[in-house]
Design a protein around this ligand. Structure first.
Ligand SMILES: NC(=O)c1ccc[n+]([C@@H]2O[C@H](COP(=O)([O-])OP(=O)(O)OC[C@H]3O[C@@H](n4cnc5c(N)ncnc54)[C@H](OP(=O)(O)O)[C@@H]3O)[C@@H](O)[C@H]2O)c1
Length: 279
């Protein structure tokens, strides 16, 4: 599979690294672009891929899959730049947060499969959670191909485009919530007299282990939680405190608020893109 990653910055290069490590594509089949030569040189050195500052059209021309990894406001400009080389046999994948597929379709002016993916930052350790949606030109084979790419960096879930704001709020921003949990649990350990190093180690591993156990068991988290509780024991005393402070309700409200905010970001982005058209 020949793949072009246009705008291989933080997220683009994380995806690139993941798919190369997973062997989904070979370095010789990849072309990456950036804005600066320094970033392109870094990509050539680190991954052994062809990388250039600019040259989006040349990179897209020979690719079966074109990944748009520039900032959301730059995506329409880059798609217009490559539109002459785009064709129906290719697949476009946008990583841009908040940017609707329709904007990309308009800029591409080509009836081709367009996917929109929302990865999260743990893709850098190949443990990302990636929500994916697509337009009506995408077939089952296209979905499988796109899924195989993202499986190199994590776990995928297909959703409808109108659900992408919820994906953004849940898993896109989710690592930030969990980092806060890790931080707070480690602080509690320090308060109770553990060393910082031991506290952080135990806190991180507890989050990692609980997530792995939840997935491996296939059981609802409420059942797993009950299995840890001894009547009259320590865990139920702590859970009572968490319930009293509304941990679950707090997270539900936070993700609800973030979903609404994500929708507003789309409105702002669309207004910005409209303005760009007239300047
Ligand atoms: N970071 C995340 O956690 C995350 C999560 C989900 C989705 N995303 C999405 O991923 C996309 C990229 O985000 P990011 O955090 O990776 O940003 P980033 O690090 O700034 O990467 C953007 C890259 O685009 C390059 N670039 C700018 N203009 C270009 C052009 N005209 N042609 C080719 N390359 C160009 C930049 O090159 P230089 O480096 O040379 O300036 C940079 O490497 C965004 O659309 C964002 O919404 C990011």
């Amino acid at each position: 599979m020949k793949i072009a990653v246009l705008g291989a910055g933080n997220m683009g290069s994380a995806l690139l690294g993941g798919i190369l490590r997973a062997g989904v594509v070979q370095a010789a089949e990849v072309r990456a672009t950036t804005k600066s030569e320094a970033r392109a040189a870094g990509l050539r050195e680190r991954w052994g891929v062809a990388a250039s500052a600019g040259g989006n059209s040349a990179a897209a021309a020979g690719a079966e899959v074109v990944v748009l990894a520039v900032k959301p406001g730059t995506v329409p400009k880059v798609v217009r730049e490559i539109r002459d080389v785009l064709h129906e046999e290719q697949i476009l994948i946008s990583l841009a947060a908040a940017l609707p597929i329709s904007v990309i379709e308009d800029a591409a002016a080509c009836r081709m499969p367009v996917f929109r993916a929302m990865p999260n930052i743990p893709v850098v350790v190949e443990e990302g959670a990636i929500g994916i949606c697509h337009n009506s030109m995408a077939t089952g084979a296209h979905r499988e191909l796109v899924e195989s790419l993202f499986r190199g960096v994590g776990v995928t879930a297909f959703v409808e485009e109108e659900q992408m704001d919820a994906v953004t709020a849940l898993s896109g921003s989710g690592p930030a919530y969990i980092y806060m949990v890790i931080e707070a649990m480690a602080a509690a350990g320090v308060k109770m007299g553990l060393s910082r190093e031991v506290s952080m180690r135990l806190s991180e591993q507890t989050v990692l282990g609980a997530a792995k156990h939840a997935r491996a068991s296939g059981l609802h988290p409420a059942i797993l939680r009950d299995q840890v509780i001894t009547p009259g024991g320590t865990t139920i005393a702590a859970i009572h405190e968490l319930e009293r402070h509304g941990l679950r309700s707090m997270l539900i409200s936070a993700i609800e608020t973030a979903t609404i905010h994500a929708g507003k970001r789309t409105d702002v982005l669309l207004a910005e893109i409209e303005k760009q058209k007239h300047t």
